[in-house]
Design a protein around this ligand. Structure first.
Ligand SMILES: *Cc1c(COP(=O)(O)O)cnc(C)c1O
Length: 397
């Protein structure tokens, strides 16, 4: 079963030499556990913790392991390879693969005990064929499209789809779900329309006299803003990591950011008035300016869009990034008389000396959403886990 796709998930930051890098992501496992408990208490139904895309950059396996230890009811990933990586790491909670299935991969779901998203009758037939061929049963969740137009049978056509699934001898229909397009914004009327369409589709189970499977609809936005979407299970991703999905979102749950991104000063200089900094000479020192260099760049996933727009914390003070962000380094203006020394900690996301830079603010400065900031932080940055099961000392994975 060792398929080449798995190598993409055996992350290279396990190499010990990479761990000496002064740049690192710190993940607070206690914050994750707190967010899980806060969400569970808020919604009062089981939680499917979404850990796709390397657990939103926090590290797939360590995050999944901690959520499992903290009693998460189910996990969700985007791709079958992510699910396989979790099974190989010994994770035993139910795992749903949210993405559309790719026919050659269907047998892998069955071999690794992964729940399948079935998004059409044709896909149902593919899953049945694979189950038949391997003599197993497939656990499936039916995907209904209520307005996202991504994958899933349109809710108005769900009757025959549900009928086919209920009649299947090889598929166990464990769940039915849909995905919300606008739940990040508490004022959007679309969520209620999607809920109505979803419930109308679910009603076909009653009409068939079939048991109602687990109905799940709410992403983080649904969890935060729309109690009527909680139904039988919720699927929060970004909220679990303590980050709000959108500037319009309301913090109705007490969430703590789990991730910080830190580096260190590697160089200090005085840039004379009139000299320029970095590629393209886009920033000119207005007067003699103290400038430090930080060893992280867009090659790590720190967005180049933050060139002369982002800020970092040095010695507890907010300081501007000046000039273009390079692949591996960028420069920071620490002022006409600011002090900074080699090896001083630089906080790109997180707290320092009573100040904080939130992922949400970084995303806004970069003209994007927090999801893209978090998932963009790549495997070149070592991850360090604190708290939780790692309380015997930080460990790299
Ligand atoms: C990514 C995803 C989620 C989680 O979304 P958040 O906005 O991060 O909470 C839930 N459900 C599906 C189907 C997804 O693809």
């Amino acid at each position: 079963m060792d398929t080449p796709v798995d190598t993409a998930l055996s992350v290279p930051h396990t190499r010990p030499e990479a761990n000496d890098r002064p740049t690192r992501i710190r993940v607070g496992l206690d914050a994750l556990a707190h967010n899980l408990r806060a969400i569970q208490a808020h919604v009062g139904v089981p939680v499917m913790g979404i850990v796709k895309a390397n657990a939103y950059g926090h590290g797939l396996v360590p995050v999944a392991r901690h959520l499992e230890a903290q009693g998460v009811e189910q996990l969700g990933v985007a791709f079958v390879e992510e699910g396989i990586a979790l099974r190989r790491a010994g994770i035993t909670v139910p795992i749903l693969v949210l993405g559309g299935i790719h026919a050659p991969q269907v047998t892998q779901f069955l071999a690794h005990d992964l729940e399948v998203t079935v998004s059409s009758i044709a896909k149902l037939r593919q899953v049945e064929a694979a189950a038949e061929a391997t003599g197993r049963k497939a656990v499936v969740h039916l995907k209904v499209d209520t307005g996202m137009e991504r994958i899933g049978v349109h809710s108005e056509n769900a009757a025959s789809f549900i009928e086919a699934a209920v009649a299947s001898r090889r598929c166990i229909v464990k769940g039915i779900y849909s995905h919300l397009a606008c739940a990040d914004d508490p004022a959007s009327p679309m969520t209620r329309e999607q809920l109505d369409r979803f419930l109308a589709a679910c009603a076909h189970f009653d009409r068939l006299g079939a048991p109602m499977p687990i109905r799940h609809l709410a992403n983080s936005g649904g969890v935060l803003h729309f109690p009527e979407t909680w139904l039988d299970m919720v699927r929060p991703g970004i909220a679990l990591y303590g980050v709000l999905p959108d500037p319009a979102s309301r913090a109705t749950v007490d969430l703590r950011p789990a991730l910080s991104l830190v580096s260190q000063v590697v160089y200090f200089k005085i840039v004379r008035a009139g000299r320029t900094v970095s590629y393209g000479a886009t920033w000119t020192a207005p007067h003699d300016t103290r400038v430090v260099t930080v060893p992280i760049g867009y090659g790590d996933g720190f967005p180049r869009a933050l060139s002369s727009r982002g800020e970092v914390l040095v010695r507890g003070v907010r300081r501007p990034i000046v000039g273009r962000i390079c692949m591996d380094q960028f420069m920071v203006d620490v002022g006409a008389d600011g002090t900074a020394y080699n090896e001083d900690e630089v906080v790109l996301i997180g707290d320092q000396g009573g100040s904080a830079i939130r992922c949400e603010a970084v995303a806004q400065a970069a003209g994007t959403i927090p999801y893209e900031i978090l998932t963009g932080l790549n495997e070149r940055i070592p991850r360090e886990y604190t708290g939780g099961a790692a309380s015997d000392g930080p460990r790299d994975t």
